[in-house]
Design a protein around this ligand. Sequence first.
Ligand code: PEP
Ligand code: MG
Length: 588
Amino acid sequence: MQIKKGIPVSPGVAIARALVMDAEDQPIPRRTVPPAQVPAELKRLDQALADGSKEIEQARVQVAATLGPEMAKIFTFHLGMLKDKQLIGDIRQAINRDRLTAESAVYTTMRELARRFQAMENKYFREREGDVWDLERRVINHLIGHTRQGLRELKGEAVLVAHDLTPSQTASLDKAHIKAIATDAGGRTSHTAILAHALGIPAIVGLESITSVISAGDTVIIDGNRGLVIIDPDAAQLMEYRQDIQRQAVSDASLDSLARLPAITTDGVSISVQANIEFPNEIAPALKKGAAGVGLYRTEFLFLASETQPTEDQQVEAYVEAIHALNGKPLTIRTLDLGADKVLDSANQVAHVESNPFLGCRSIRLCLQNLPLFKTQLRAILRASVEGPVRIMFPMICNIMELRQAKMILSDVAEDLEEQGIPIRHNIPVGIMIEVPSAALQAKALAKECQFFSIGTNDLVQYTVAVDRGNERIASLYSPAHPAVIGLIKDVIRAGHRAKIDVSLCGEMAGEPEFVMLLLGLGLRAFSVTPPAIPETKRVIRSVSTTQCQRLARKVGSFDSDREVLNYVRDEIRKIIPEALDGRSIEV
Ligand code: PEP
Ligand code: MG
């Protein structure tokens, strides 16, 4: 038995066998399989070698025809290597004797061969080192391709273990089979983490080396409440966690009974608790949890989850589906927030490779530089708007010109539609995300030119404290409790209210019970949270008064470090709801 600790990003407990997924271009971790799986690994190896040989033979024929037989010789060398008895024997032995997975065996054996070539006196052999690397990747790609295929075709239940997952990979996971996620990389508010939470899949990220510790087929317990991965648990632990799963189901059911009750503080102040969603099919479960509407619809996931760029009609369809599902409750549609960690795969890629993608051409910047893409989305939103109450929200606004430009494009699009006789809703509220410090500092000016703010603390924290939100190595520096962040939130809420516009907060912070009192005390009256967090958020709101929260906020204002803030807000919420933070990791 072994226990590893990471960053818990989606609560819940799961027990299942591990499915380990490799990432292309990552070092292949040394992993073993149970003895019974050795023949299957040997078969995978044979298949990958056969597929690799076929591919090289095709390349050889093609190059011989176009560039001549001399050039094609290199492929003859590759083919020879893939049939080399010594090399293949060594790889098979690594599987048979050391019980390595096929890809670990290929990786270890061929790396060793490359090193031997490099150390040779003979220049011809030294130069063959690159060919060995090339071949290794080719064979491993065939092996990993099969693993990926396996992920889609998975029949039983599994815990998915991976170096990292892209948001689109996470979005396409089948909850019926993937019971939990554990990754080497990632931080608390990486989009993979957010999605896992929205899907209700327990997840732990930032485990650094979990892919080299867990072997395919190992039994693992994922404790998403405490951030623990228990590998090969003993009988006592299994029993304890099975009881935990049952207890959790009972407590979820009692929290869910809050769904029908209003979010009102004990002194009678009504608070709006809305949902953050990525896909329209999340709305029905969010309403069941008690959502008063959707405060953030991350429309980029429509793009991330499809092979080709969604057409205008496909977008209209998605937005109408969301509006109908809400049945009169408001829908805040955020325009495309692509770029940074949300990049499109292959064919529909619109972003370029950048060395600083979080500071690069992402989000509204990308839309303003790709007008056909932006206008198509705005047309789709306006066409769908006749079906129910929508609001349009622009992300990542960092100066007033961007807001003006975006609004101008929106009115151009509206005008075009009217000229074409296509009906649209008039007076749609237009708002912006406040998630960049420059926007937070200029909130007063921005508030004069839009109808609402939504504070995006996931990004606001990363840009204020200069901490990449997805980097596990600096995850402890990523803190919404940083006094600088709290100061910005306070100023934005005040600027919004002075200008008489709505202010909500849709970063993950809004759904963390320890921050609800602080945010209420700072004057926030609208929260938008991941759907599973709605009942708990409501429970806190219904247990406190605004005066009590204001007192707490004043006290927080006197602290200089995030540690003091966090300890204080956690102590206070525990006094009111002792079980509010149950099972949560308590270190800063
Ligand atoms: C945020 O930045 O806080 C936010 C809600 O948006 P996202 O997580 O999609 O960047
Ligand atoms: Mg953001």
